[in-house]
Ligand binder design. Sequence first.
Ligand SMILES: [Zn+2]
Length: 402
Amino acid sequence: MAAPHDDAMNPQLACRLLRVPVEIRHAIYDLVVPDEVHLASRVNGEGAGIEWRVSECVEKRRKDIYDNGFERRTENGSDVVWVRRLDSNWGPHWECEEVAGMGNREGVSKEKNVKGVEAAAGMAFLGVCKTMYLDVMSYMVERTVIHVVDLTTLECFLRIANDHTTNPSAIKTSLASALPSIRKLNITMRFALPICEAIEKLATESTQISGPPSPSPENEEGNEATEAAINIAAATSWLQLVPKIAQLTHLRTLHVWIDHDSKKSWTVVHERAILSPLIRLANTSSPHLALTVSLPMLHPGLETPDRHFLAYCTDCPFHIHRFVRQRWHHFRASDSGPIFDQRCLGTVKHEPDFPLTFESEGWEDCTFEQCESRERELWKAGEDVRGLVKCMQTTTVHPGII
Ligand SMILES: [Zn+2]
């Protein structure tokens, strides 16, 4: 038991919660700490440090697998907010981005604001003191699902978790102490399509994965060259970081969700190249690690066994779950225009994806599964599916903007 003068010398010892038995503290944490949280990082503008944000995940495994982007509209019909949500690189966690306060919270409903406040209450323990931060983080990494949705956070996360050297930074020491014990990790990556193409280029060059290579980035000066370099850096990061997850020896479940942000079909990318670091991970990680991957559905008219893991392929070491892609997309008035520049906001449009028959005229009585199986047969038979169906082509034009 600490003496009074000890409390005066070290204010952290004065926290009564830290004095109660660990079982009681964990029972309290169990009431206020969410089952799933997001860990996000961003560079501190005033120094070289990294600011960490822990926030509640409110996605809660959507029951409706047919979410297509239409559900992201706001109650007041704000087109700016809808566009932002459709563009969110948090993908299916677009609501979590708002709760985390990582993006513009304009248009966030009262209900979601309440969720955010509740999450903040649960997370408040992290801000009490450094000792409490470590205590709560140590509890969380052993029980909660940790979500990471960007490569920068994943890189920082793995660097800290695998850094066994001492560091005088208290926050770093707290994270370094807790993160190696992580049990459940979820990674969500909504790559820009050029990053997928850069991954294909790098992976096929290094491993000779079959299939035609994508065009090389144009060697031009200016923005295009800079953008190409950024895409190559992101692709390199993805290929190099994922295998390092094997160093998290306490990790028991890893779920990875991947998509790209283009209106084009997922099937245009070299899926095997994108999954190549996960395959290396599966072959080197502990047998106790359960690895699952969620990918968009493949288009039967575009899929090939040398670029994709088709349903009958048996050479994938983990389970792949296929989901239905976002069908409402933001079409910018100018490809290079900033998203929130009102003059360049563009339009929101429904872009059909396989199965095209779903939600189309004449197929209303068919379930999604019936559309999928029947349309797959049509594509494989060489039928002109686009000519057979009349897909929903509703276009929303933003008044006063275009
Ligand atoms: Zn989430």
